[in-house]
Design a protein around this ligand. Structure first.
Ligand code: MG
Length: 409
């Protein structure tokens, strides 16, 4: 049975987010990216395209081509937040989806036609994302990820396109080979040197020939050019554990310092749990001695995310573990066996004051976030210089790192 795969891609994502927060940028040429000497264009508005600007180009070059453009240094945190809003809407609408990058998603709508009509679902989802997030988005629908991604590219900006089953090959045929995902500059040059400019030429070549020229990749490329692609949707995962470890600048024998470090890491991780609405039931501590001998010990406990339960466990494990006179190179903490749940449910044994205290602390942490070195303002660890992993976003939502989507704006 044919699959039905939807690809969604936010249009000029970083630019759109900047415009959402500053409407003066509307209808103007805008470049977002690194502003230093070696900065690269991460996103460029459609107004810059007639000047020959494209994402992935050096900012220096883009600035020369389009001097009137407003140049904005990107704000990763703001983009992550907007991306999460869109992820949430998609999660509420479709049964399974993959987050391919910060602004790009795949969803498997196979079998939905029985109930709703996958094309209708796709177009309504696109409209809903636009309406609720305020960000323009385009989508493509077909029997595979590759063809849907190309269809999205053709639909842009702010539109949708459906490729019927059986029409994949003829849809791709007239396109430039670079439209196929995976044809980078190097592959393009090999193909160009052979006189291959359009997908149709690849379609007409024997698959063995592509294999001889480009190896395994050539065969994959031939399949893609023919609209053949079985790659599955990789569901948006949740993390099963979180950890933090720290190598001392200089090996140490200072037990007090090690305990402080572990305590601060435990506090950071417990905050991460609460922030991600998670509980752990397994705590583990690791020590690496200066001879690189590494030992660890773990303990199973009732599900919790409370500092006052977790920290004593960490300290107890450390005391059991640390039994050599040798200097210590690294210490680490890991929380595993995570489940979704609010910390209230396991805190029935705690006073209301204590519960309120955690809520108040986390509220302030969330509100004031991190300082310019990425440390949580309120984290105890800040005082001894332990970076707070919260500054890297919520570790539980499977967000891919913020990578500019060069190929598909
Ligand atoms: Mg995009």
């Amino acid at each position: 049975m044919d699959r039905t795969i939807l690809h969604l891609d936010l249009d000029t994502f970083f630019v759109s987010v900047e415009r959402k927060h500053d409407s003066r940028l509307n209808n103007r040429p805008v470049l977002v990216g690194g502003t230093g000497d070696r900065g690269v264009v991460a996103a460029c508005s459609y107004e810059t395209r007639p000047f020959g600007v494209h994402s992935g180009m050096s900012m220096k070059m883009a600035r020369m081509l389009c001097p009137e453009a407003t140049i904005i240094r990107g704000d990763g945190g703001m983009y992550s937040d907007e991306s999460k809003i869109v992820s949430q809407i998609i999660a509420e609408t479709v049964p399974v989806f993959e987050k391919a990058s910060i602004d790009e998603f795949y969803a498997d709508l196979s079998g939905m036609d029985k109930f709703f009509g996958s094309y209708q679902l796709a177009t309504e989802l696109r409209q809903r994302i636009k309406r609720e997030s305020g960000l323009p988005i385009s989508c493509g629908l077909s029997t595979s990820k590759v063809v849907s991604k190309v269809a999205t590219g053709e639909a842009k900006p702010d539109n949708h396109k459906k490729i019927e089953a059986g029409a994949e090959k003829s849809f791709l045929a007239p396109m430039h080979v670079q439209k196929i995902p995976m044809v980078g500059e190097k592959t393009n040059k090999v193909l160009y040197d052979m006189g291959v400019k359009y997908v149709k030429t690849i379609q007409e070549m024997p698959v063995e020939m592509m294999g001889e020229i480009l190896g395994k990749n050539g065969i994959l490329l031939w399949n893609r050019a023919n609209g053949l692609d079985n790659s599955p949707i990789v569901p948006f995962h949740e993390r099963k554990s979180i950890s933090n470890e720290r190598t001392f600048g200089k090996d140490t024998g200072d037990v007090k310092r090690m305990r402080e470090m572990l305590r601060a890491m435990g506090e950071n991780l417990a905050y991460q749990l609460r922030n991600g609405n998670k509980l752990t039931s397994c705590v583990s501590v690791k020590i690496r001695y200066s001879d690189f001998n590494t030992v660890s010990k773990q303990v199973k406990i009732p599900y919790t995310s409370a500092d006052h339960t977790l920290i004593p466990q960490i300290e107890r494990l450390f005391d059991l573990l640390h039994n050599r006179r040798m200097m210590v190179r690294l210490v680490g903490v890991n929380f595993s066996d995570l489940v979704t749940g609010s910390h209230q449910i396991n805190m029935f044994d705690d006073s209301e004051e204590k519960l309120n205290l955690y809520q108040a602390m986390d509220y302030i942490r969330n509100r004031y976030g991190t300082d310019n070195r990425g440390n949580s303002i309120l984290s105890w660890g800040t005082t001894i210089g332990i970076p707070n992993i919260s500054s890297m976003g919520n570790p539980f939502n499977g967000d891919p790192p913020i990578i500019p989507a060069h190929r598909n704006a």
